[in-house]
Design a protein around this ligand. Structure first.
Ligand code: MRU
Length: 345
């Protein structure tokens, strides 16, 4: 398996594969300050819920480094501001808030230590988040592989691979695991308009690994599903409510309706850090709206007329009744989702 280092921290800087540039060029984006990290998340140099969480954790480390020379009181107040700034970089993926809260709890637990010691602890915690995410994904891959047939055609949406996580991937991690365990796998990858994470990133990862696949325009999925050309749909998640409602990349909801209509198993694949235990239903999830230019332009070339208004939500919410199960590192959550999700807490 090829190793893809989406996120790497060395010598006081964070290095990210610049996902805006793939697959045309492979470039590394360097973050030296927590504001660089905010920019990288907001502008989607790095994207995908678990990857955003781990990146933000290193943003906190860089903030601590910047404020390390201050008095403790000043350091703590600067850190508070930096944490809430990073928390605002994107609104939907709860892994961001989860990672920031974890870093904040660590600061709170260690407020009596010296500023240098707090910095060291933060660095260790960010390293742990990164390492745990890879281990979690591998476990998800093994668990998810249990529902993949010996020969299976799998449809996936957006990018949920090594690029969207600290490594390996969630939905794409299950596909990887199935492929490497010797199963006869074929993948249909939705291109995922408007940012084309499927066309640019999932296709890139599939090609790197040599996993048999075809890239399709999003609207091809309906015909494939109706014609029984898809055995299983696997997608990721940005936030899962207590009742199982799931926010994921725009277009996921539409796929779930098709899956229900044509009886195709539809699974969400996500770490438990993507579950927001504080919200009851998907109605409470803030859906990010992004720049209209993502729709009116492709690679800076205008494809829509000047003057047209655009609606560009980046995510949608799939209602729990359309979901067959949620594959996590702790097992596969089946309906009734609320009862089974609460048990995980
Ligand atoms: O806008 P993006 O590219 O950050 O959206 C990514 C997704 O919707 C993914 O499916 C989700 O974060 C899961 S990634 C393992």
């Amino acid at each position: 398996m090829k190793e893809i280092k989406t996120i790497e921290f060395k010598e006081d800087a964070l290095y990210l594969i610049d996902q805006r540039k793939l697959p045309v060029s492979y470039e590394i984006f360097e973050c030296r300050t927590y504001k660089d990290v905010y920019y990288a998340i907001k502008e989607m140099v790095v994207r995908g819920a678990p990857a955003i969480g781990a990146t933000a954790a290193y943003g906190v480390v860089l903030a601590a480094k910047e404020f390390i020379d201050g008095e403790k009181k000043e350091f703590l107040s600067n850190m508070k501001k930096a944490l809430s700034f990073l928390n605002e970089s994107r609104p939907t993926a709860v892994n961001l808030m989860w990672a920031i809260e974890r870093m904040n709890n660590l600061i709170e637990r260690n407020r009596d230590l010296s500023v240098e010691d707090i910095y060291m602890k933060l660095k260790e915690e960010a390293d742990r988040i990164l390492k745990e995410d890879i281990e979690t994904n591998k476990r998800i891959g093994e668990i998810g592989n249990q529902i993949v047939g010996q020969k299976a055609t799998i449809l996936t949406h957006c990018n949920t691979g090594a690029l969207a996580t600290a490594g390996f991937g969630t939905a794409l991690g299950v596909i990887r695991e199935a492929f490497y365990s010797g199963k006869d796998i074929f993948v249909y990858a939705d291109e995922t308009r408007p940012r084309l994470q499927g066309g640019r990133l999932t296709a890139w990862e599939l090609v790197q690994e040599g996993i048999p696949a075809k890239l399709i325009a999003d609207s091809v999925a309906a015909t494939l599903i109706r014609d029984k050309k898809v055995d299983l749909i696997l997608v990721g998640a940005d936030r899962i409510a207590l009742n199982g409602d799931t926010a994921n990349k725009i277009g996921t909801f539409m796929l779930s309706v098709l899956a229900k209509e044509y009886n195709v198993p539809f699974y969400i694949v996500a770490p438990t850090s993507t579950i927001d235990f504080s919200i009851e239903t998907g109605d409470e999830i803030v859906i990010e709206e992004r720049d209209s230019k993502e729709v009116t332009h492709i690679e800076n070339i205008r494809i829509a007329p000047e003057g047209i208004d655009v609606y560009n939500p980046a995510f949608d919410v799939t209602p729990n009744e359309n979901i067959t199960g949620i594959i996590t590192e702790k097992g596969i959550i089946k309906p009734p989702f609320r009862d089974n999700i609460i048990k995980l807490k």
